[in-house]
Write a protein that binds this ligand. Structure first.
Ligand code: HGY
Ligand code: MN
Ligand code: MN
Length: 455
């Protein structure tokens, strides 16, 4: 059984912050440009029913990567791809920038199957917008603002969620040496097509202390902010998550001639597993939520008793002890179901990420930014997992949420009001400037921006 346990430290010291930011409020993101990019990117991977499918390292994902890098280059910024396939976007080298700590901002471009257009993409494009505004403003921040699109956050095709952020944070030991997708195909080739290099992952690890802080702007993906009519969410803790891949093995047979007694029906046993997983949260309240979302049946034939089922059980809670209790209870249930049904049931893979608190200093900076912009805000946990909970190993992290209409996400109907998208990006910009610290604007290097008079 491969087991990816992603430990999460929060040993990041709080930051000195320029809470009394003296920047003019008119230094703002270009909302039209941000919304335009969101809408353009949303066409990549969109299917006939409007759902977007850009599984990590798929052809659609590569198309989205090219779009982002083209936008960055056209903005006069410098995109690059590391060995893990993460895209990093920097300002053209400012003198001395190479020796500065980095203020990292971003999210992910890859999606689940039949996703909406905002999960991940919004945070990446808002981070691009912030780096572009800082570059255009001529500000010379103490920490270098860098935008990142982490590779394979969802793990929809290659089941190593948080792949890119785990490499950046140095968690190489927690990753399989030869990652395979759900169909057993190796990652090596698709990763190199995306600009990465499986043999050089070490070069993509950032040394501890090189990242001053990491900020992620994201749609809430739940109902809390919409219900309270609050435009800005300040995340206090990101949920822990355990995803167990379970294999149920029975005996195949003819659906019509095999007596019910003595059957070892893998689907009937898998159904009990799914109900056991649901009961752990719904009836027993051991953890907050449990989901069996993926289920592959073999031979998957209507008149054959299945001999094998592979399913995933996703267990989540913001408390590590409850997470462990839920996983123990689930494993006990598997043993009992195997006995009752005469099948063999094993956990063949597991990825786990611990609950991670946001850094107090970053929560304060986000709050100060929302306040000065006159935006109502509230503190809430994140029920979704995010790259931020991995980056927390090497830097203080902060997350900003905006409301999801109907609390929907991971579905084509995912949506957020444009004014909320704009507000979230403004808060990201001002929080970034608070954290990066600002010095007197330096004159833009003439070569950096095309001189309109010379065109
Ligand atoms: O599943 C999640 O929580 C996130 O969307 N990766
Ligand atoms: Mn997601
Ligand atoms: Mn996401």
């Amino acid at each position: 059984m491969s087991s990816t346990v992603v430990q999460h430290g929060t040993a990041s010291p709080d930051l000195p912050l320029d809470l009394s930011l003296d920047l003019p409020l008119d230094l703002a993101v270009n909302t039209d440009r941000l919304i335009r990019r969101i809408e353009e990117l949303a066409w990549i991977g969109r299917g006939a029913t409007g759902g977007i499918t850009r599984e990590g390292f798929s052809a659609a994902d590569r198309q989205a990567r090219s779009y982002l890098m083209d936008q960055a280059a056209a903005a006069g910024l410098v995109p690059s791809v590391d060995a893990a396939g993460n895209i990093l976007i920097r300002r053209r080298r400012a003198p001395g920038a190479g020796h500065r700590k980095v203020l990292l901002m971003g999210s992910h471009l890859d999606t689940v199957v039949q996703a909406g257009r905002l999960d991940g993409a919004y945070g990446v494009l808002a981070a691009l917008e912030v780096v572009q505004v800082v570059a255009e403003s001529g500000l010379d921040p103490r920490h270098e603002p860098v935008a990142v699109a982490f590779a394979n956050e969802e793990g929809a095709l290659f089941p190593q969620p948080f792949w890119g952020s785990m490499v950046l944070a140095g968690r190489l030991a927690d990753l399989p040496l030869e990652p395979l997708d759900h169909h057993g195909r190796p990652l090596r080739e698709p990763l190199s097509l995306a600009g990465g290099d499986l043999g050089a992952l070490g070069s993509a690890v950032w040394p501890a202390g090189s990242v001053a802080a990491y900020l992620e702007l994201h749609v809430e993906q739940g109902p809390v902010l919409e219900r309270s009519a609050t435009p800005i969410g300040i995340v206090d803790v990101i949920t822990g998550r355990a995803v167990l891949t379970v294999e149920v093995r029975g005996v195949a047979g003819h659906a019509g001639t095999t007596p019910m007694d003595g059957r070892r029906d893998a689907v009937a046993a898998a159904a009990r597993v799914a109900l056991a997983a649901e009961s752990i949260s719904r009836e027993q309240g051991i953890c907050r939520v449990t989901t069996v979302g993926q289920l592959d049946v073999h031979p998957n034939s209507p008149n054959t008793i299945a001999d094998c089922v592979r399913l995933t059980a996703d267990l989540r809670d913001t408390d590590a002890a409850r997470m462990q209790h839920a996983e123990d209870a689930f494993r006990d249930a598997l043993r009992q179901i195997a006995e009752q049904t005469g099948t063999a049931i094993d956990v063949v893979a597991r990825t786990r990420s611990r609950p991670v608190p946001a850094a107090a200093a970053l929560r304060t900076a986000i709050e100060a930014s929302a306040q000065e912009l006159g935006l109502p805000h509230q503190v809430l946990p994140s029920g979704a997992g995010h790259d931020a909970q991995v980056v927390a190993d090497i830097a203080p992290i902060g997350m900003i949420f905006v409301p999801s209409i109907g609390g929907l996400s991971h579905v084509p109907e995912e949506d957020t009001k444009p004014e909320d998208l704009a507000a979230g990006a403004q808060v990201l910009l001002r929080t970034a400037l608070r954290i990066a610290g600002t010095r007197a604007p330096r004159p833009c290097a003439p070569s950096q921006f095309p001189d309109p008079n010379r065109q």
